[in-house]
Design a protein around this ligand. Sequence first.
Ligand code: 9WN
Length: 408
Amino acid sequence: MSADLDARARAILTGNDRGGYTVPTAGLYPFQWNWDSAFAAWGFSTFDADRAWTELETLTAHQWPDGMIPHIVFHRDDEGYFPGPGVWGTGRPTPTSGISQPPVAATMARMILEADRSKAPRAAALVPKLAAWHRWWIRARVREGVVGIVHPWESGRDNAFDWDGGMANVDGSNVGAYQRRDTSHVDASMRPTKAEYDRYLAQVQWGKAHGWDQVKMADEGPFLVADPGTTFILIRACDDLAALAAAAGVADEGAAEMAETLRGGLGTIWNPDGYWDSRDLRTGVFTGILSAGAWLCWLAGAGRPEMDAHLARALGGVRYAMPTVDPTLPAFDARRYWRGPTWPFYNALIALGLRDAGKAAEAERLRVDTADLIRGGGFYEYFDPTDGTPCGGKDFTWTAAIWLAWIR
Ligand code: 9WN
């Protein structure tokens, strides 16, 4: 049974390979997405180390001159997804989106190199690109000590409650007519709403109208919300980049120092009610909902006793860990994308942090639950954490990747 699933996971990765890059899933997401691609590399590394490094190289090949590695690379046009390259209008030689996504690539690269040291030269060539990207985050996104995202899509947790306050200040009423594609692939009740999409689009139009000036977007754009998730990921990525550079025998380009500086800024996202929380950087207001970004605190070595209590409550509140919102809150919505469901790839990331924080039992609970979900429902995008119902896209790249690299 497990051997069958291993073979199936490998077949999903190779089936979603479009030649040097991997799409998250056929149909719904027909391009190269940034953090999906980094997880794909981790999965490939379990059976084809060369292909793993190629995935990371293809992603970083489309870095912008300012250091940003974009959230989508549109290698070839495809009508199946909206908004496509024309809507973004970034003017890049190979079209890309105009925002980034959580920088997990250095963390994946470190694990991939540790499994096969013979690839050190390929790792060494990536270090300056990843360092330039991390510096980009600090220059273009870190405000008040933490990462502020300029668009919910930049967090990778599109419709999380974290963004509702900031989104209320975005005017989505003048975006014009458009045709969504996502809801023709998957159930609309499990996707972000039309009101959210109007605002997503308004933010894209603002960036385009301002020439995709990344610093201006952060400082003057319609939306800037401090994201604990991306902040913790960036801190971990800087730690891992320093380790990657050491293993590859090259300079770390200030990565270790960046991690220390970022750790010093974390106080601004500690909600006095006792948890890591997102905060609207335009108004200073905390979201006030314990959401999945907080579950990554251990990844950055930022656990606190209060978070241990929240972790225990969340684990006790669902059949399948880890829910993306505290399941005891009325806001918890078991099947609505990032408002409650459990995501296999995200569980792998949380578990890495738990393991490093010495929470082996909790990490194992996540691993066992995620394995049960995949055995019961297949390699889906995400799942209902109360009853295990598979949701979203099927044959998903990062779900297959973490099966191979983390679960089995
Ligand atoms: C927008 C590809 C991506 C993931 C994100 C996930 C979803 C896109 C969308 O799919 O976002 O980037 O259209 O919903 O939220 O984390 O990278 O799998």
